[in-house]
Design a protein around this ligand. Structure first.
Ligand code: GLC
Length: 435
């Protein structure tokens, strides 16, 4: 009896959980193809850009400095990024070996970086610049064959209809009480604009769910609307939980799938089977931060990409452009360095899946058919022992020089021997063909 009660309760929970997302979602053929493309794409550029960049203190500045609604409203009047050049950004991404871009169309500050009829608090209406940067970017992406995703914040510190409020932004002066249903309609209107006026949208990247964990976000209607407008459009939501119905990929914030070093990660049991994407900062911030000197080294960045691939995941690497519209030089350079590495080693990353050797601190593996790429990343020795490896090997060679590599099955696992002179400081890749 007790068992039946538990079963019924679980069923009930399951049904309720499903109700909050797009019910009975069946991805279309074009969506399935888009997922496949996404899984192979491996590397994208995340761009956090908004009027907050003027203050050079990250995209959370409104909340962190408790800037009142009235004071923050002045920022758009100073926003004039005359050096913004969409083609330049797209070329920087392309040169880094990236295949897509995800840009913030509206962040938690509630300011829309696109031409919106649903709210005049937008770049065209309120800034001296007066142009729709998202439109420019969409055109440049289309020209260069780069896919474009839109980051869209669910959380809004500006709009009174974002009410009841969530955990954040509560000390911002000037916020009033509004109507939640009107807020949902506002988001639907903006998403309709984004999915109507900018050509093919590769995906919508939601963020901010964690601000109100128990809220009814009307995902059922919102996800359905998106898939009706553009069936191929991939939906992802940075809610840090298990996937909900209607979502097409899963993202992991500053953590590899199943890791939770940051507190934003997703537990191992919540890692789903859909395409994965890890997002990370190139320094320590998302939005432009004048004081941030924590630029990651070439090695750290390449390792991030390789490790993500070893989990079968993409890496979405972020830059926060400056208020003049330029990307910082040190970031352009780091991106170019990753691009140079990918020009040589991209075969072991693009189009691969997580390899049969489980990722560890010292190595990860990627795989294409019966070709396994073992990426030796840390703990250099000349004899690497990979435990629990029991597939038969046809041949093993260094990816870089095609020189034969000695392997041997031992009681402790697969022994791979590589003389120090054949090792690479960033990543020694061994190409193993399996029988
Ligand atoms: C977090 C931050 C947000 C940022 C996002 C990127 O959710 O709140 O500012 O845009 O991470 O992953």
């Amino acid at each position: 009896m007790k068992r039946i009660r538990i079963l019924l309760l679980t069923l009930l929970l399951f049904i309720t959980a499903e109700n909050i997302a797009q019910t009975n979602y069946e991805p279309t053929q074009s969506n399935l193809e888009a997922r496949q493309w996404f899984e192979d794409a491996k590397f994208g550029l995340f761009i956090h850009w908004g009027v907050y960049s003027i203050l050079g203190d990250g995209e959370w500045v409104m909340n962190n400095q408790n800037i009142s609604i009235d004071a923050y409203k002045k920022l758009p009047s100073f926003f004039n990024p005359i050096e913004f050049n969409a083609e330049e950004w797209v070329k920087i991404a392309k040169n880094a070996g990236m295949t897509y871009i995800t840009i913030t169309t509206r962040h938690h500050d509630g300011f829309s970086m696109f031409d919106s009829k649903a709210s005049d608090y937008n770049i065209v209406e309120k800034t001296p610049y007066g142009k729709d940067v998202i439109k420019d970017l969409a055109k440049a992406c289309e020209k260069e064959g780069i896919k474009l995703f839109f980051y869209y914040s669910l959380l809004d510190w500006h709009n009174d209809d974002y009410f009841p409020r969530g955990k954040t932004g509560n000390d911002i002066e000037g916020r009033k009480e509004g109507d939640w249903d009107a807020y949902i309609n506002f988001m639907k209107a903006q998403l309709t604009e984004l999915l109507t006026n900018y050509g093919d949208v590769a995906g919508i990247w939601f963020d901010g769910d964690w601000d109100k964990k128990d809220e009814n976000w009307h995902y059922d209607e919102i996800y359905k609307l998106i898939h009706e407008l553009q069936p191929q459009c991939l939906i992802g939501n940075n809610h840090h939980d298990a996937l909900k119905q209607g979502e097409d990929f899963q993202m992991f914030e500053r953590d590899l799938p199943g890791e939770n070093k940051t507190g934003f990660g997703t537990s191992e049991s919540n890692v789903g089977r859909l395409p994965k994407e890890v997002c990370a900062t190139i320094n320590g911030s998302w939005g432009f931060d004048l004081q941030d000197k924590k630029h990651k080294s070439k090695k750290e960045l390449i390792h991030y990409l390789v490790r993500a691939s070893g989990f079968g995941s993409n890496l979405l690497l972020n830059v926060g452009p400056m208020p003049n519209g330029k990307i910082q030089d040190e970031h352009i350079q780091s991106l170019a360095e990753i691009g140079d590495w990918l020009k040589i080693n991209g075969e072991t990353i693009y189009g691969t899946k997580a390899g049969i050797i489980a990722p560890s601190k010292d190595w990860v593996s990627t795989q294409k058919g019966n070709v396994l790429y073992v990426h030796l990343l840390e703990n250099r020795t000349t004899a690497f022992v990979i435990p629990e490896f029991n597939a038969s090997i046809k041949s093993a060679k260094l990816f870089a020089t095609k020189k034969k590599v000695k392997t041997k099955q031992t009681k402790d696992g697969l022994l791979i021997e590589i003389p120090e002179s054949d090792q690479n400081d960033i990543d020694t890749i061994v190409e193993i063909t399996l029988k």
